[in-house]
Design a protein around this ligand. Structure first.
Ligand code: ADP
Length: 210
């Protein structure tokens, strides 16, 4: 089983949804820089305050801020992990390599841009447990209430059409170059993300050999 895994893909591509199932099945921690940055923002830490204006504008948070929190977290993970939303730039990938982390696989979930905007503006998630829903295609049983834990469903402030378009621009400009970076290292697995959630999961399971 490949246990040091990077999950890559555009915003709304299904990384968060797959990450939850994968980490449960593989018994490895889910390390999401988006979640870490949002937690810092909620707690009002210095990092959270600095990150806020980038997140709200759909831009990437500067590399040195993100590299710092990831390095700290990874140093305590010796038995594998699933990285979700990191690295997102070549500089971040270089920092990960320089830290001596040996990645086993990079899973790229690919979804066409026109589908992503529709997915994201209809996305809501549980404020308590993080479960993700789609208002039209995967609604909760009771509107606004999480099926899993009964928590209130919320929409992320950056999940609106204007900010999503800026996040897609950032993805294509800054994150897409990582595809070649990891392809040239023989680590890349290309997965079609325009398929049912369980079909995508099965494709990833095969790639990661578990
Ligand atoms: P999505 O993949 O849907 O855009 P994330 O939760 O991964 O959502 O990220 C939300 C925001 O957090 C990004 O738009 C960006 O501002 C910031 N962010 C997350 N990860 C990184 C990273 N590795 N480098 C820079 N900024 C990041």
């Amino acid at each position: 089983m490949k246990k040091r895994v990077i999950l890559m893909g555009p915003p709304g591509g299904g990384k968060g949804t797959q990450a939850k199932s994968l980490t449960a099945a593989m018994h490895i921690p889910h390390i999401s820089t988006g979640d870490m940055l949002r937690a810092a923002r909620r707690e009002g830490t210095e990092l959270g305050k600095q990150a806020d204006r980038y997140i709200s504008a759909g831009q990437l948070v500067p590399d040195d801020l993100v590299n710092g929190i990831v390095a700290e977290r990874l140093s305590s993970e010796k038995d594998g992990y699933l990285l979700d939303g990191y690295p997102r730039t070549i500089a971040q990938a270089d920092a990960l390599e320089a830290a001596g982390e040996k990645i086993d696989a990079v899973v790229l979930i690919d979804v066409p841009d026109e589908l992503l905007v529709e997915r994201i503006v209809n996305r809501e998630s549980c404020g308590q447990c993080g479960a993700v829903y789609h208002k039209l295609t995967m609604p909760s049983k009771k509107p606004g209430v999480c099926d899993v834990c009964g928590g209130a469903l919320v929409q992320r402030a950056d999940d609106n059409e204007k900010v999503v378009r800026d996040r897609l621009v950032a993805y294509h400009a800054q994150t897409q170059p990582l595809v070649d970076y990891y392809k040239s290292r023989g680590l890349l697995f290309h997965i079609n993300g325009n398929a049912a959630v369980d079909v995508v999961f099965e494709e990833i399971r095969k790639a990661l050999e578990f």
